[in-house]
Design a protein. Sequence first.
Length: 188
Amino acid sequence: MQKTSFLKRFVVPVAIVLVMMVVTSIIYFHLAWRMDSDNVLRPVIAFVSAALLFSSIGFGTFLIYPVAFFRGAGVGERIIACFITPLVWNAKELVRVSEFFTVGETLYYGLNTAFLLSVFGVLGQMGLCELICRWRLGKKGEEPVKVVSAAPVVAIAVGLVALYLCLIWGLGVHFFYIYIEGYRAIFA
C-alpha cells in the first residue's frame, strides 16, 4: 500500500467530518431554532442538521479510518484522526458550560455520558474498521494480511462494554447516578 501525502491521508478525511460537524452545528443551533415556529421548513432543517451533526460526532470514524488506512496512514495517525472530531466537539461544549460552572465542574462535565460514549464508540469503531480494512486489503491479494488480531478485537469489546454501561444498562440511568455521585463526592 502506497503512503500518500499527510494532507491526503490525514487532513482531508478529518476536515470532511470536522467541517460537516461545524456546518451542521451552525445550521442546527443558529438557523433552525431561530426560524419562525410556523415555518414548515423548520422541523425538516432541524432534523436533517441534527442527524448529520450526530453522525459526524458519533460515526465520523467510519469515514476517516478507512480513508486514512487506504491512503497509508500509520496506526497512530489513524487513531489521532478519528479522535479529533469528538474532542473538538467536547472542547466546544466545555467552553459553552464554562459560562455557568466553575473550572473544576466544567472539567468534570467533560466526562459526561455523551462524551464518554463518543470516545469509546470511536474506539470500538476503529477496531471494527481495522478488521474490515485488513479483510479488504487481503481480498486485493497485494500483500499477506492477518485480518484478526487482539488489539482491534479488544477495542470492539471495550466499545461494546462502554455502550452497555453508559446507555443500555438501565437505559443509562445507573451510569448517570454513578456520574452524579462522583459529582457530589467531589463538589458537594
